[in-house]
Design a protein around this ligand. Structure first.
Ligand code: ATP
Ligand code: MG
Length: 449
């Protein structure tokens, strides 16, 4: 057992964790008493001490589907720990012993540095580190990978059973149904399950299930992963990927450099849906989800009404993010989604709904008459004194009254605001999500005192 001691042990940390460094010679377990004090360099130095022959510059961990995520900075380390704590809690809540946090060192070209942080490493050999065990371990991790691939297959075939789901906390309640965080016992993963009561015939249930088929085909990093849907009595449950940062509607005013990266993801997600001839139809902050890895994904898009002639003719409900042409019951198409992008980002930038006369108390559905001002008035404009010219222009273009004057999908991706922030820098969003969640936790803790 390799013990990794940190110089400062914080009494604030509820408990230590075990980090398993996967090396070519086998596993090295390190107990970290104070994970909140752990920084990237400490860990890198510890890895270099157990792998002196390699020049390790980064390491990776695996997410719930076995994808490797690289850690190169303190912020990415924070995101990894946050992901791990969530997994650990899930395992505890389900009566399981938490697995150690497994990390996979990555060799780079830069020379190694000395243990400048004075980190003490006890290199007593681990009996589990002989070659036999290393081989067994490789086999075990292969079979783990297989099982996660298998799991993916099972999940995407719609075979999540109601009895294998443990419902945990309620995440929110929308107009249609209630969303829960849930744990899929067989898949050992956290899900978001939306439960919608529907009193319909079996025939209609079948029709809905077949309309949902398209969700299995959606494969984009900007669209929430769909796992399964099933009916139990008069309720449909839709199981999707859980996003630990939740939806954007609960975040206060979001700074422009963060919003820029979020906008890139949203525009990418919509462009993907439009390429499948799917209109989103419900673009709004509560349908934009974020996680501590800095990913941004769209959810709740209107798959059950597929776009056939590139213009949808049906008109259901009235929500405050709908384009003027939808509010007045006219035909609408892709450009209506573009309006909703504009008004959503304007709200997220200002920290308030851009039409002050529209009070959104709960949810976004409003009586039609209250939304008439969106049809009658000139669209609001972001104050130029507070936001960049590119951002103001982007919003103004998206919120043009005439649908045809709004940018088409390609023009949206090519807008200078999107180009400026299309740099793949997920860390900006990740840092911001982590900080907001920490603030929220601190406020909740204060509220409890
Ligand atoms: P509407 O019913 O009009 O779409 P809504 O989007 O606010 O309104 P729901 O879609 O039912 O309502 O979602 C309720 C809340 O659940 C969301 O606001 C979000 O905070 C949370 N939520 C939904 N899906 C997920 C998910 N995949 N991961 C984490 N949180 C989620
Ligand atoms: Mg929603």
């Amino acid at each position: 057992m390799l013990i990794l001691y940190l110089n400062n042990v914080s009494i604030m940390d509820p408990e230590g964790i075990v980090i398993r460094i996967k090396t070519p010679a086998g596993d090295m377990d390190s107990s970290v008493d104070s994970p909140s004090l752990l920084n990237f360099n400490d860990l890198l130095v510890a890895i270099r001490d157990v792998m002196p022959e390699a020049t390790v510059t980064a390491f990776e961990y695996e997410d719930e589907v076995g994808d490797r995520i690289t850690v190169r900075s303190d912020e990415e380390l924070k995101a990894m720990l946050s992901y791990y704590f969530n997994t650990m809690n899930e395992q505890r809540m389900n009566g399981l012993m938490p697995d150690p946090l497994q990390i996979f060192p990555r060799a780079g070209k830069t020379p190694g540095i000395r243990n400048i942080h004075g980190l003490k490493v006890n290199t007593r050999p681990n009996p589990a580190n002989d070659c036999t065990h290393a081989v067994q371990d490789t086999l075990a991790s292969n079979s783990l990978k297989k099982s996660s691939a298998e799991l993916k297959r099972i999940l995407t075939n719609g075979q999540i059973n109601a009895q294998d789901i443990h419902y945990q906390e309620q995440l929110g309640h929308g107009n249609g149904g209630t969303v829960y965080r849930a744990y899929h016992i067989i898949g050992k993963r956290v899900l978001a399950v939306k439960v919608i009561p529907l009193d319909i015939t079996v025939e209609l249930q079948k029709q809905i299930m077949s309309e949902l088929e398209i969700l299995y085909k959606c494969d984009s990093p900007y669209i929430i992963t769909f796992f399964s849907a099933f009916f139990v009595e008069n309720r449909i449950s839709i199981c999707t990927e859980f996003m630990d940062g939740g939806s954007l509607d609960v975040y206060k005013r979001i700074p422009e450099h963060v919003l820029g990266r979020i906008a890139v993801a949203v525009v990418n997600g919509l462009t993907y849906l439009w390429s499948l001839k799917i209109l989103h139809r419900d673009v709004k902050p509560s349908n934009m989800l974020v996680n501590t890895r800095g990913q941004v994904k769209l959810c709740d898009f209107g798959v059950s009404t597929q776009l056939v002639n590139s213009i949808a003719k049906t008109y259901v409900g009235t929500n405050a993010y709908m384009a003027p042409e939808r509010i007045s019951g006219e035909q609408y198409g892709i450009h209506a989604d573009v309006w909703s992008v504009g008004i959503s980002f304007m709200e997220l930038a200002l920290g308030m709904f851009p039409y002050p006369q529209i009070q959104k108390n709960q949810g976004s559905l409003m009586p039609l008459q209250l939304l008439q001002c969106i049809v009658d008035e000139d669209p609001p404009v972001l104050p130029v004194s507070q936001f960049s010219e590119k951002f103001v222009h982007f919003i103004t273009q998206c919120m043009r009254r005439q649908p045809k004057e709004r940018p088409a999908p390609n023009n949206l991706m090519d807008h200078s605001f999107i180009i400026q922030y299309n740099d793949g820098n997920a860390e900006v969003v990740s840092m911001w999500v982590c900080r907001c969640l920490e603030e929220r936790r601190a406020q909740q803790a204060q509220g409890r005192v």
